[in-house]
Design a protein around this ligand. Structure first.
Ligand SMILES: [Zn+2]
Length: 666
């Protein structure tokens, strides 16, 4: 340890917490974060000490350097909180993330910094620089920088409290794994490789965890309704009861912050600097969404219910725990498509190669395997090249590990700034891993998820060449962030593109065109119902943040909304809100997914469907959207790419595709 401390810190150790030992030791992580925060503070001090007229070069640069250090520390503490092997490091990472959030909150309430930014002369500045300053100043005003000192102190302590509660809420979900047991007979319907991975124990029972690769197949394939119900309840209570009170405290804290800042509700505050603009606009969008999917969803439900009743004569209703199962059975029958049948064409390694190849051709970039160090040996690292030039790096941490976050996400690690830092980002996922006995076969929905997360990754890297850290990569309005990811999802539906990598892992046979046709039709069925499910989550996220927090009843709100929006029967004991992780990050703004889906589908409709990767549209999309990062308002990027505002037409076509095809008219 002593030797380490006296050795000079390399640039690479400065950039990467894990190279400084921060993935293996809590002390090293703290030291690394402290060094970043010290650099952050000295940049702020230098900014305040500038004499004479303020310019982007002498003032905004120092502010941006401060932001660079803050985002470096925040993003890596966040990632290590999700992936570090050692629990003590994860615990420390959570505290460090909290410390960084405190510094960010203090910066957002620092009136001297605000005044320094206001004083910058923007004459002759680029549009991106102007946008950056204007957006930053709006953020300051929304944070309450113009309040008196006592109020700002109170806001700071409320921000800290909200951060702490958010992190606890997420950690409880991450670490709240439960297990259930099943008799071998209850596993009827599950695929052979799943059964092989779940041997019968000495007690004659099979143990199944609530982790995604264990849980999802049970909900989709297990014929036993009792097993599905046990799994559903275990999964949706994995962070309950602890997270119920944490959520109530968090909602009350947010409400208090919004009230001090003069907003009616947190939802109004959280949408004020977004594309959406206000909670009322969000509600207007939800009303449009409701209208767009109502008929289709009713139709889909009736077909699935009629089908299920043919199979189970006495069946009166389909409850929330059986929806996925009956959808799967219906798809098999109506489209002669068994989602199991395509899994052998999607072994993990081939899918990875296929996704990378698609993105490389679409965006005309190149990926090369890297020898750079990551936080765990299971992580693979790639360098990104553009026209032979090194432009970034990404890390793929793709399989479950003890203690690792159980979800699928993309995270920036190093915020790219042109001429200063190359962007780096990671995917944290939980796809089944391959080994000598098990090739790690993915479901086709997994492959779609892979494309989705890779879309985020490309946004971070290609958008990470901007002039300022504060407008790099993901730094668009929060409700534009799911456009690039949902746009890339659509590429999965292209036959040629899919056949390039979907080969049977045993025979090498290419996924047949006829199977792809059926798979696409089967995949398209149920979209209107899926949109209604999104409408449910979205309305829940908005409602929880748009009413008096003192009288909130999350159980009642969740149940009542479900019953008013969806035809499936609710199951009491379902505490889904206690593991609805997006309530921390997106808070009231979960509408982002549906809103961005409308934009993404309109974007995708601009591509030539006969030559997705070949035409000029990919290049135009890259230039007008991805490369911009947060240099422009999202609204402007939509208009630059489409030549107009987004419309619902492509979204509606997408929702009703299986009926339009003519193969499924009821
Ligand atoms: Zn996403």
């Amino acid at each position: 340890m002593q030797q380490k401390e006296s050795a000079p810190v390399s640039a690479s150790q400065e950039l990467h917490a894990w190279e400084a030992g921060g993935a293996a030791s809590a002390e090293a992580l703290t030291a690394w974060v402290s060094a970043r925060l010290a650099a952050h503070e000295s940049a702020i001090a230098a900014l305040l000490a500038v004499k004479g007229p303020r310019t982007p070069a002498n003032s905004l640069r120092l502010f941006d350097v401060a932001i660079e250090h803050l985002s470096l520390a925040g993003s890596q503490a966040g990632v290590l909180n999700s992936v570090a092997a050692d629990k003590s490091v994860r615990d420390q990472a959570q505290l460090e993330a909290q410390r960084v959030a405190q510094a960010a909150s203090a910066l957002s309430l620092n009136r001297a910094v605000y005044e320094a930014l206001v004083a910058i002369d923007l004459d002759g500045a680029s549009p991106a620089t102007r946008h950056y300053v204007e957006r930053t100043l709006l953020g300051y005003r929304l944070a309450g920088v113009d309040k008196d000192q006592a109020t700002r102190d109170l806001l700071q302590s409320l921000n800290e409290k909200a951060t702490r509660l958010s992190l606890e809420f997420s950690r409880n979900i991450q670490e709240g794994a439960k297990t259930i047991t099943a008799t071998p007979a209850e596993l009827d319907g599950l695929p052979a490789d799943y059964l092989a991975r779940h041997p019968v124990g000495d007690d004659g029972l099979v143990t199944i965890s609530t982790d995604q690769p264990d849980m999802q197949p049970v909900m989709t394939f297990a014929a036993s309704a009792a097993l599905r119900q046990r799994m559903f309840l275990a999964y949706n209570t994995r962070a309950y009861p602890a997270n119920r009170q944490i959520l109530l405290d968090l909602l009350a804290t947010r409400q208090q912050i919004a009230t001090i800042l003069g907003f009616r509700s947190w939802a109004d505050l959280a949408t004020a600097d977004q594309m959406m603009g206000s909670a009322a606009n969000a509600r207007a969008f939800l009303a449009k969404l409701d209208e767009a999917c109502r008929e289709g969803a009713r139709h889909e439900f009736e077909m699935v219910l009629a089908f299920a009743r043919e199979r189970q004569f006495a069946l009166e209703e389909i409850n929330i725990t059986s929806r996925g199962y009956w959808y799967e059975q219906f798809r098999r029958s109506a489209f002669d498509f068994d989602s199991q049948s395509v899994r052998p064409y999607f072994p993990y390694a081939q899918v990875e190669a296929g996704v990378l190849e698609t993105a490389a051709r679409l965006f005309k970039i190149e990926f090369r395997r890297s020898t750079a160090t990551a936080w765990h040996p299971a992580v693979s690292v790639f360098e990104v090249f553009d026209g032979g030039q090194h432009v970034g790096r990404f890390y793929l941490d793709m399989h479950p590990r003890e203690g690792k976050d159980k979800w699928f996400s993309a995270a920036p690690l190093v915020t790219g700034v042109r001429g200063r830092a190359l962007p780096e980002a990671a995917l944290i996922c939980n796809f089944p891993a391959g080994d000598e006995n098990d090739p790690g076969l993915l479901q086709y929905s997994d492959v779609v998820t892979f494309f989705h997360e890779f879309g985020h990754l490309m946004h971070a890297i290609i958008g990470g060449q901007t002039e300022w850290a504060g407008i790099s990569g993901f730094a668009t309005e929060g409700d534009f962030v799911e456009v690039p990811s949902q746009m890339l999802e659509e590429f999965f539906r292209d036959e040629k593109l899919l056949q390039a990598f979907a080969k049977h892992y045993q025979t090498g046979e290419t996924l047949p065109a006829e199977t792809i046709r059926k798979m696409k039709l089967a995949g398209a069925f149920g979209r209107a119902d899926w949109v209604r499910t999104q409408l449910y989550y979205t309305t829940l996220s908005l409602d929880l943040h748009d009413q008096d927090a003192a009288n909130l009843d999350p159980d009642g709100t969740a149940k009542q909304l479900y019953q008013s929006l969806l035809p499936w029967t609710w199951l009491d004991g379902n505490r889904m809100y206690a593991s609805f992780g997006h309530l921390t990050g997106y808070s009231s703004n979960y509408y982002t997914y549906a809103f961005d889906k409308v934009i993404a589908l309109d974007f995708f409709a601009q591509f030539d469907s006969n030559d997705l990767l070949g035409g000029a549209t990919g290049g135009r999309y890259r230039k007008t959207v991805l490369e911009q990062g947060g240099s422009k308002p999202g609204r402007q990027m939509v208009r630059d790419f489409l030549g107009r505002d987004e419309e619902f037409a492509a979204f509606s076509r997408w929702m009703n595709e299986e009926f339009e095809d003519g193969s499924l008219k009821a």
